[in-house]
Every structure is written in structure tokens, then in C-alpha cells.
Write a protein that binds this ligand. Sequence first.
Ligand code: GLA
Length: 396
Amino acid sequence: MFEKLLQETKDSFQQHFSRAPQWIVTAPGRVNVIGEHTDYNEGFVFPMAIERNVIICAAPALPEDNLQPGTAKIYSTAKRNPAIVKLSGKITPGPRVDWFEYVQGVIAGYLAETPSVQADSFVAVIHANVPLGAALSSSAALEVAVGTLLEAITEANVDPVRKALICQHAEHEYAKMPCGIMDQFISAMGAKDHIMLLDCRDYSTRLVPFTSPDLSILIINSRVKHQLSGSEYPERRAACFDSAKILGVNSLRDLSMDQLEAGKNQLSDVQFRRCRHVVGEIKRTNDAVAALEQGNYELFGNLMYESHASMRDDFEISCPELDILVEAARKIGLAGGVYGSRMTGGGFGGCTVSLIKTAEVDSIIASIRSEYKSATGIDADFFVTRPASGAHIIQK
Ligand code: GLA
């Protein structure tokens, strides 16, 4: 699958620019296995990079490309027209969020924070098979791929944590989405055959091997993205920050369930439930990692179901379609090869992630496919993935 994507990217570059690329880089999407909306609360997350990627092919600009100095011309295979982005001078976010704003934001970040990065004009093609808007971090993959491209072009040595922070900043300022650090971090630093426990307070990590051929990670795309106001994520974030302030802690990471119960009457019902999700989810994430390390997949799976219930009832970020997918998985149960399942990512649509027995992959997919179709009329997308490598340079 990766080879095909790579070939398509090279072919597209050849078509647009009538030559072969000099630099080729890639960055993966991610799935978060457990630990949702904990990252901006300085808690723990447990994501892995997936076998779905953004690839960028690029080359120095030639006179026939007709580029102004200090600019780059970039095609996305998902769009018709190329974008011209700035590589020098004053760079500011555009009035509305378009795909090239992610690119421009990362370039601005690299220029501001890493003066050694000063790329000459270049041309590029971006191509991806990370589904868009499916909570698999297509935007983080794009940002991290752009950072990796700049590193390939300029031979700058940027610490990967710094790289993730620059990409997160681009998402905040140029995509206007106040995300946490998880997506950019795992896209930059994912490790093949490992799921990463990330402490979002100090950015320390523990890589947990996920190599048993008997186990698989199944991702199911509900193919719904509820068109909400866009304020849901910032609202959740604000509720967490406000509650922490009211309860006198720096972040919800510092709050125990007992302290939360003791402070219940200082919070509104909504604030209390938002906090209960985060405090519970931070504990569940650590418990789940311990369970996985001990080979207790049943416990791991139960924690996934608990995580889902907490997101549905307390954090209120699920939706009927995701609930149907999780219930369909639960119905199959251990006997049919499902350990656990939950929605993944920011919420309100997108994907579920399930831990399943490899031997039962086909029957599980067939069963959930028909259950979901008859309940919603929608054909879900299914794919099994191993934990994949983070961003890297393929050619320079
Ligand atoms: C989005 C954000 C992440 C994280 C998740 C929820 O993916 O980009 O930072 O907050 O939602 O866990």
C-alpha cells in the first residue's frame, strides 16, 4: 500500500513538473488507542502511528517553473489548483482555513524558531491516503510531513519534540484549532511495532511493543462527520481549564477522583462530568498500558469500553453512529474475537478503534459491516493496521 502511494506521488510530480523529485518525505496518520482529551490536561495518551501516510515529493525550483524567489509551488493531489506559499519575509495566517494554511503555518514556525532553516524556492506534490476528517490526524500528518520536508531540504537538525510543538502551533494559529500535542507528537515520533505511552506534561514516553501476530488493531471509519459549530473542542477544553482553576489545581492531571468528588458542589453538573471523564481517562490509560504489558487483553478491552462510555455520557463527544459501531463490536464479544472497542480522536464522528483477535478479522468485519449498514444505511470503511514508523526522509 505504501509503495503504491509512493509511486503515485512520484508519478504526479513527474506530470506536474516534468522531472523526478529530489526530496521525498513521509509522515503517518495516527490512531489513539486510549486516553482521549487528556493531552491538553497534561495527562497520558496511548496512540500509535498507522499505515496511512502523507507523502511529499519535492525539488528545487527551475527557471521554467516561473516562481518568485522565496516562494514554493505546491500541488495537493486532492485539489485542482496549486498553492504558492511563502518561504521568507513576514508570514501571517490567512483569513480562512484552507489546506495550504497548514503548510504555510509549519513553514512560518520553522523560520521563526529555527533561523538555520532558509529554504530556496522549491516545487512539491503532496499525496495522502489518510482519510480526511476521520479523526486519524490527516492534518497533523500533513504538518509533520512539511516539517520533515524542510529538514530534508535545509539539512536542519530539529529536535522531534520541538518539531511536534511547531506543528501544533501551526494548527493553533493557521488552522484555528486549539489541539493538544498528541497528534503531531505521534506522527513525528511513532515507532514501528510499538504503541506509545506519552506523558503530555513532560513529553516523556514509553514504547510498548505490539508484536503478537494473534492481535490486531481494527479501525472502522463511520464515515460521518457531524457538522457542528466547530466550538465543541474549544468548549471542552475551556470546561477543563475552568474547572481546574475553580478546584485550585494547575491542570486536571493534578486532581484525584476523591478530590473531584470533594469539590463537586463548586462545579456545575457539566463541569463535574467533564472532569470525571478526564480524571478517569488518565487512570484508565495507565491501567490499560499495564494490562497490555501483562498480556491481560481482556482487561485492556474492558477499559476501552469504559473509555467509550465515559466519552459518550460524561464528555459527550460521541454520536449515534460511533455508539452503534462500539455496540456491534461488544455484541460479538470475546467469544467472537473482540477484546474491546471505543471511539477515537476528537469526537462527533470519525472512527472507532478495536483490539481484536487476528484469526477473527474477517468474520468481525463482516458482522459489523452488516450491522452498521442496516442500522444507519452507511457503508463503513474497515482497515487493520500494525503500529507504523513516524515521519522520515525517504530520499534527499
Ligand atoms: C484531537 C486533538 C488532540 C486530542 C484529541 C482528543 O485529535 O488534535 O490533541 O486532544 O483530539 O484526545
